[in-house]
Design a protein around this ligand. Sequence first.
Ligand code: MRU
Length: 364
Amino acid sequence: MKINGKHYRSVWPQGENAFGIIDQTKLPHEFVTLTLRSAEDAAHAIRSMQTRGAPLIGAVAAYGLALALRADPSDENLMLASANLSATRPTAVNLAWALKRVADAVCNRPRAERAALAWKEAQAIADEDVAMCESIGRHGLGLIREMAERKKRKLNILTHCNAGWLATVDYGTALAPVYLAHDAGIALHVWVDETRPRNQGASLTAFELGGHGVAHTIIADNAGGHYMQAGEVDLCLVGTDRVTANGDVANKIGTYLKALAAKDNDVPFYVALPSSTIDWSLPSGRDIPIEERSSDEVLKLTGRTTDGRLATVEIAAPGSAAANPGFDITPARLVTGFITERGVCAASETGLRGLFPQSETKAP
Ligand code: MRU
């Protein structure tokens, strides 16, 4: 993805002792990059959501674990650093998946080789994520092109949260097909759910789409159902943090309500994901741990003041409590289909197994 004419990934190596990320808590107001030099730096960046999005936190955790092994390649430190990184955010399975990949790559190898092997594995995870997202883009493009040819008019696509290049290493999941369709000259417009409480839609998705020149409009989270009833949504396209074996989908809080409204209005509801987001070990979405975040995210808002400063303000009645579940579960029956790096399939175990017949059912 290009920012001011320069190509960026959302995570990149800086030599073999550090790596870079974009500080997403500053977007869209400031473009700031950070250098992370330890597993603790990586854990802090994930927990504070300086870096976020299921595939991206997997890649960042992998680099973080490699740095932990550079400091101390013992089995004890491998287990400790892995547990610390894994505990940062519970819902996205990509985190545990990436940490297991790095651990598997080093566990039976001499200590002197471990840091270099782990670094190589982290780079492979990042590169593979880019390839998977590009492929998701191509499969999703087919779907969008078919719809555009059938409807013979500009398409309106609704998305929730940020499942673009900022949430992955590059391209994105749900937004990858949007970018490719725009680049292919297909007329489209994106309804961007603001995505309270952290506003990833208003801040990050709008930043991405604007940067790419894609027409878009930010809407309050509650407005999507209205536009669906009015026939102004042709397709809902979202990402996911974990898909269970039966096709249930965990994604940013509010996704479920959009899927319900889509079902009621016969709007196709597609979920885009790389295979690293499938948790074959869980039979259904009921078993997915839902992250509960600070009530401050609901009670306060951060933004830019008219004199250009970033400021946080209180928006709620003083003394009121707030609950803040970060994700919800959309049952497979509300999902029209999955767009994966291997193609489009039904949101069911049969659909997923048709594309990924060899995948292990063990927990990552
Ligand atoms: O809490 P976040 O911002 O990390 O949540 C991100 C999402 O819910 C995305 O939709 C999901 O990770 C898919 S990313 C390609």
